[in-house]
Design a protein around this ligand. Structure first.
Ligand code: M6R
Length: 363
């Protein structure tokens, strides 16, 4: 049932304030603690995390790497499951292995999990389907509470994965005493405010549609982000190619001058994801390099960022302000809506794009 929407994907995008709220409700206690017990997982037992997944779920892992390293001071390695499983990576006994999967049935992710059995200290999964193989074979499975996701392009599962991973990071920071009580409380109250911020971003739907109409004529699109926004650039590019069939690539902004800037001319839209955070000026200077080569910039930023830097850009998309750490969750919304409206403008099969399956159960 599409609940009045033209596609499951738009329904699932619209559901995000609700399901994110549900996920937050499951992982925060009324007293403002993280609802994951130390019996289930105790981060003082690990000195390293490996995170393994495929596609969009791997970008959730990559985002969580920035959080785990910055907030909980735990080193994290992220790998795509198809590479991890055959590389025979050494897994030290104080390693926590984390597997993220919407379906819980992705063949490569499941094989990677089995590889870690008997090697890692603990096997944890973050899944949407609690009865799935990956959930059943884990020491601990954390459900994301996103509800059934039908669209092949993952949307609400991604943002709910991020919410659950962020809660896990806060638990890790508490266990490892890398966070002050005050900073912890700030993050908790930021999380509680997130559904309302996501709703505000969804109100920008018409602006996203306008930007998408422009994008729909492009042959190639670049996405740029720095720091924790880099995985969001990857997610934006994957979403766009998956459903609109436009060739899209993502780069860490700082990598631009090491090659990809050679692609930039007046035909290449460049989507820049840049909340006004500590790295904003760096990203803006990369963006200006693009504009100097006549690249058409779509700047996604908050009102402060737009006021400081949107001179000469092709199109601006204004996001509501958000606490820095949660920006990746918020900026998933424009990534999804840009892809969605571009696909609609191109008339592709949004919910069932060619050559793709919702759940990849063969390698
Ligand atoms: O079910 P999973 O989360 O394990 O699926 C992983 C990928 O196949 C999936 O995220 C895929 O990349 C999506 N179609 C992206 O939108």
């Amino acid at each position: 049932d599409k609940a009045g929407h033209k596609h499951f994907m738009s329904k699932e995008i619209a559901e995000q304030p609700g399901v994110i709220g549900a996920a937050i409700g499951h992982y925060l206690t009324p007293e403002g603690q993280i609802n994951i017990s130390t019996q289930d997982i105790d981060f003082t037992q690990f000195d390293r995390i490996v995170m393994v997944a495929c596609g969009t779920a791997s970008y959730a892992c990559l985002t969580a790497k920035y959080w785990f390293e910055q907030i909980a001071r735990l080193p994290v390695e992220v790998d795509v499951a198809s590479e991890f499983r055959y590389r025979e990576p050494p897994i030290s006994p104080r390693t926590l292995a984390v597997f993220v999967s919407q379906s819980g049935e992705t063949a490569d992710t499941l094989a990677a999990l089995r590889y870690c059995e008997g090697k890692a200290a603990r096997i944890l999964s973050v899944v949407n389907v609690p009865e799935s193989s990956i959930a059943r074979e884990s020491d601990l499975a954390l459900p994301i509470h996103a509800g059934v996701e039908v669209g092949v392009a993952s949307t609400k599962a991604f943002t709910c994965q991020l919410v659950v991973l962020f809660a896990l990071v806060l638990k890790a920071a508490r266990d490892r005493e890398t966070i002050t009580a005050e900073a912890f409380a700030d993050h908790i109250s930021s999380l509680r405010g997130l559904p309302a911020i996501i709703s505000t971003a969804l109100e920008q739907n018409d602006t996203m549609q306008e930007a998408a109409l422009k994008l729909s004529h492009a042959r190639d699109v670049l996405f740029l982000g720095r720091g924790q926004m880099y995985p969001l650039a990857l997610e934006g590019a994957l979403k766009l190619k998956e459903i609109s069939y436009i060739h899209a690539e993502a780069y860490a902004s700082g990598e631009l001058k090491h090659g990809p800037i050679a692609l930039v001319d007046e035909h290449v839209p460049v989507v820049v994801m840049a909340p006004r955070d500590a790295l904003f000026d760096k990203t803006v200077s990369n963006m200006q390099e693009v504009m100097a080569r006549k690249g058409k910039v779509i700047l996604i930023s908050d009102s402060k960022g737009q006021a400081e830097a949107n001179d000469g850009v092709w199109f601006s998309i204004e996001m509501p302000p958000v606490p820095d750490a949660l920006a990746p969750i918020l900026y998933a919304i424009p990534a999804q809506l840009l892809a969605y409206h571009t696909a609609v403008a191109k008339g592709t099969d949004v919910d069932q794009p060619r050559n793709l399956a919702k759940s990849v159960t063969v390698e």
